[in-house]
Design a protein around this ligand. Structure first.
Ligand SMILES: Nc1ncnc2c1ncn2[C@@H]1O[C@H](COP(=O)(O)OP(=O)(O)O)[C@@H](O)[C@H]1O
Ligand SMILES: [Mg+2]
Length: 304
């Protein structure tokens, strides 16, 4: 009897569309091997799980509720094995403020930043002088979003204008801008998988540069680094993966400047379309998309 697999894709986050694509690709890849159910977890997921009684859940969700420990805690409760990281690892990785704190305390370089909480009486002068210390341009970003949603690189003149665009997020990070290159490194099953370089034609690696083919972002696999630096960035990604006690696959995003790697964040639910970065990195290592998905399914578990 074939095993039953529920693939969760879609959901409520701002990365819904990307997740639907990831889910479809995963479905295509395993539909003949397992009894597959592609489910958009809107409404009562518990009800759906009780009805289907899956052996394993493949989590193809991205962003809020899918990548932040929420869905993981439901699956823990139901004692259903699921792919990728567990509750706490997901929660920590999704929160850039907390994860950067952990990185820093463990000697992983990450751009200087501080948390800004919106209130009705912002002291503009004080805030500007705090931001000034990091030297403009600086980066404004939500603490727990993904896909570059809400990321602004701003000069001093437009600082408050751009800051206001993020009001709905309640809390944001104000971060030092690191010029240089965009390098991302993947870890699969507690092993270094490799690093890719992205060269966007746009101002930075924003939503369009990530997902719109017309944006023509150049992918260089493997990243064009010296052997030493290539090993170094993969080593940092593995260290971050282990520090947060992650599982399955993760992708860490770096800036590379003046021979130093700055870790921006670690993603516990990286994109899984056939055009996504982790599958591209895996492919270079002769791990085909189907094998990657199969690895994650075999790796699925609940916390012990
Ligand atoms: N401190 C920074 N310096 C330079 N570029 C940055 C910085 N922070 C973010 N970026 C740019 O924005 C992109 C998205 O930021 P990231 O922190 O990875 O958030 P997300 O979770 O949205 O991917 C990065 O890949 C990079 O191109
Ligand atoms: Mg990122």
């Amino acid at each position: 009897m074939k095993k039953k697999i529920v693939i969760l894709a879609g959901g409520y986050s701002k990365e819904r569309e990307i997740s639907l694509n990831s889910g479809k690709e995963v479905y295509k890849s395993i539909k003949n091997k397992y009894r597959c159910y592609l489910i958009d977890p809107k409404g009562d997921l518990n009800q759906v799980l009780k009805k289907i009684k899956p052996d394993i859940v493949f989590n193809a969700l991205h962003g809020r509720y899918g990548e932040d420990g929420y869905i993981q805690s439901i699956l823990e409760n139901e004692k259903i094995k699921y792919t990728h990281s567990g509750v706490l690892s997901s929660f920590l990785a999704m929160d850039k403020y907390l994860s950067k704190k952990i990185f820093k305390e463990n000697n992983i370089l990450t751009p200087a930043s501080f948390k800004h909480t919106f209130s009705n009486n912002i002291n503009h002068k004080k805030l500007l002088s705090k931001a000034n210390i990091m030297k403009f341009p600086i980066v404004l970003k939500p603490i727990n979003e993904g896909s570059s949603v809400g990321v602004y690189i701003t000069n001093k003149k437009n600082f408050f204008k751009n800051l206001n665009k993020l009001r709905s997020f309640n809390e944001i990070l104000i971060e030092k801008y690191i010029p240089g290159r965009e390098i991302q490194s993947a870890v699969l099953g507690n092993k270094k998988l490799g690093a890719i370089e992205l060269i966007p034609k746009r101002k930075f690696y924003d939503y369009k540069a990530k997902y719109d083919k017309k944006a023509n972002t150049t992918h260089i696999m493997p990243a064009d680094l010296s052997k030493e630096n290539y090993n170094k960035v993969n080593k940092i990604a593995l260290k971050a993966h282990k520090l947060l006690n992650c599982r399955g696959v993760t992708r860490s995003d770096f800036r590379f400047y003046k021979n130093k790697f700055y870790l921006l964040e670690l993603n516990t639910q990286p994109g899984m379309t056939s055009l996504s970065l982790v599958p591209e990195i895996a492919k270079y290592n002769k791990i085909e998309f189907n094998q990657l998905i199969e690895f994650l399914i075999k790796d699925a578990s609940t916390s012990k």
